[in-house]
Design a binder for this molecule. Structure first.
Ligand code: GAL
Length: 379
């Protein structure tokens, strides 16, 4: 009798311990809610890129000011670190904009969608980001480079450029190279559309380099890195190979989905296939996400449709968000998290994050809404 009571109590105590432990480690994600850092201050790193280094997630994003100050960069790129994607420690400004009007990254420039990758060969952390020069709105359409010896920085600004000057895309025909255009032609006419699809802007920007706005980076299994950006007046994505040190373009690049207006590209690899989630082109307003697939990073890319499932308004707005990154979960196979900005254009600092698990239904990645979810969803 005594023994069985002892046994019962022991089992009860053990189960209680399990529940308490699980509660302590179980991280609950609440998409769209304010995300306080470990000091209780809302995370201020928008349009973020993520790097996994030493079993830690690092988030690099646009530090926004309040109100109108949020439209330009007054601080730079802020970095946070986390072991669980929920408790974010503020690591400070990783790349600071400068008080020097002659610098490409002068205070007041537009600095968006920073991404950091680690180069095994050089031991450097390499950051690329979308840069618009101060006072020029979104005309400059440049990509820019900064490097650091430490993951959290400080990052040193190296250069900004328009990629692939003087080189044609790999998938550009002789006919396309030789075509003649009136570059002032209205892009939104039938004739304009045909010209853009055919590569009118590639030809226009051939000498000075291709436009580069919303961007991401991808490091492939063989260590080669790629820069993926909205080019050609945001009409066409360009996927460009980077040099071995990740600090330049090799000149090998392809056009993807000419004139389909893809922005906010985010990539992940699942079952030997490359998947991309991107958005349409409606500024700060959300639109329907697009899913594409390819057997290799340089393509051919094939459009698969909208990955969102749910109510119409959710599907049409990607749950009111725009993709920024897809994070592979540390220590779990085939577990990926979609991370998107829920922009608040009237006060960008108050933009929220949507994080949702990527689910696989019939082998196809899909997104569904959860008010709250935990990593158990991947089990
Ligand atoms: C979005 C883009 C953002 C930002 C915004 C400005 O389309 O994804 O990163 O550039 O436009 O209107």
């Amino acid at each position: 009798m005594k023994i069985s009571r002892f046994l019962f109590l022991s089992i009860f105590a053990f189960l209680l311990l399990l529940v308490v432990c699980k509660q302590q480690v179980e991280v609950v994600f609440s998409p769209g809610e304010v995300m306080p850092d470990t000091d209780g201050v809302p995370v201020n790193a928008h349009g973020a890129g993520f790097l996994i280094y030493n079993d830690t997630y690092y988030m690099f994003g646009e530090h926004k000011g309040s109100g109108n100050a949020g439209y330009v960069a007054n601080d730079g790129v802020r970095c946070y670190s986390s072991k669980n994607l929920k408790d974010w420690k503020d690591e400070g400004i990783a790349l600071a904009v400068v008080d020097d009007e002659s610098s490409d990254i002068a205070k007041g420039c537009i600095l968006e969608r920073p991404k950091v990758i680690y180069n095994e060969k050089t031991g450097k952390f390499v950051m690329w980001f979308h840069l618009e020069l101060k006072g020029q709105g979104y005309v400059a359409a440049r990509t820019a480079l900064a490097v650091a010896d430490k993951v959290t920085g400080p990052y040193t600004f190296v250069k900004s450029l328009r990629p692939c000057a003087g080189v044609w895309p790999l998938n550009f025909s002789e006919e396309q190279k030789n075509a003649e255009y009136d570059y002032a032609m209205d892009r939104w006419t039938d004739e304009g559309t045909v010209a853009v699809v055919n590569g009118m802007y590639v030809k226009r920007d051939f000498e000075g380099g291709q436009m580069s706005r919303d961007m991401t980076l991808w490091v492939d299994d063989d260590g080669k890195a790629y820069h993926i950006a909205a080019s050609e007046e945001n009409g066409t994505l360009h996927i460009c190979e980077l040099t071995d040190d990740y600090m330049d373009f090799t000149g090998k690049y392809v056009r993807v989905f000419p004139d389909a207006n893809n922005e906010a590209p985010a990539i992940f690899k699942y079952n030997d296939k490359y998947y991309m989630i991107s958005s349409g082109c409606t500024g700060w307003n959300p639109n329907a996400a697009r899913l594409s697939v390819a057997d290799s990073i340089m393509g051919e890319w094939k459009y698969l449709g909208n990955p969102c499932r749910g109510e119409k308004r959710q599907i049409n707005t990607t749950f009111y968000s725009q993709s920024t990154y897809i994070i592979p979960v540390i220590g779990k196979e085939n577990a990926f998290i979609y991370w998107g900005d829920r922009w608040k254009s009237s006060n960008l600092i108050d933009s929220r994050y949507i994080m949702l698990p990527i689910l696989f239904e019939d082998g196809q990645p899909v997104l569904r809404w959860y008010d709250e979810w935990t990593m158990d969803v991947f089990e």
